[in-house]
Ligand binder design. Sequence first.
Ligand SMILES: CCCCCCCC/C=C\CCCCCCCC(=O)SCCNC(=O)CCNC(=O)[C@H](O)C(C)(C)COP(=O)(O)OP(=O)(O)OC[C@H]1O[C@@H](n2cnc3c(N)ncnc32)[C@H](O)[C@@H]1OP(=O)(O)O
Length: 194
Amino acid sequence: MSGGSAALQPPADAVKPVRHADAPAPGELLGAHYSQCFGCGGEQPHGLHLEARAGEGVSLTAEFTVQSAHQGAPGLAHGGVLTTALDETLGSLNWLLRTVAVTGRLETDFARPVPVGTTLYLSAEVTAVAGRKIYSSAVGRIDGPDGPVAVRADALFIEVKVDHFIDHGRQEEIRAAMNDPDQIRRARAFEVNP
Ligand SMILES: CCCCCCCC/C=C\CCCCCCCC(=O)SCCNC(=O)CCNC(=O)[C@H](O)C(C)(C)COP(=O)(O)OP(=O)(O)OC[C@H]1O[C@@H](n2cnc3c(N)ncnc32)[C@H](O)[C@@H]1OP(=O)(O)O
């Protein structure tokens, strides 16, 4: 934990997260929740192509290699891109809860510069749940999974219904997603008792 703001401290009635019985087994790759996602989509040429793998409990690991398209300063990753990698990693935890949720708040600490070509080794866990509020933390290390911490984040995700996307997303993409059986299957994998 990085000692985030009061909004990221779980309330007194928060409970420990419960891994869903149908969550992917530890070690299993989670795959993309949407093929066009900037964070994880395989068909998104400009994206991060982040790959997350289920861990024990409600935790996971993920890897992302910084490309030249991700620069802020010459030869260094843009901070917003690193925050996106953390957001995607934290969002992937919802596969393990089988809950659909969106980021409400995300706070990032940048501890070390991350050069282009570096693989960021991320790990994340849900720390507490209070009603629709899901509290989680992540760190990103360089020079290997046990290397020094370059970035860390604390987040609050809020559970939503699939209707959140249908109501707010651009019609063109929503229609395409609803006509894609593979996308429907992936959306259901997030939901309890689909
Ligand atoms: C078949 C077709 C469809 C396909 C479906 C595909 C399924 C794919 C599956 C999964 C996709 C996941 C995608 C992951 C991508 C990576 C993660 C992202 O980047 S997500 C994008 C960025 N985030 C947003 O765009 C949220 C924008 N914000 C909102 O929509 C609303 O503000 C929302 C839903 C977050 C909350 O709105 P409210 O009206 O539902 O609920 P209220 O009452 O405001 O909040 C509930 C509780 O949360 C607290 N809360 C809300 N926001 C907070 C904040 N920023 N800080 C602190 N607390 C907050 C509130 O104080 C309240 O707490 P109290 O219950 O009263 O204790």
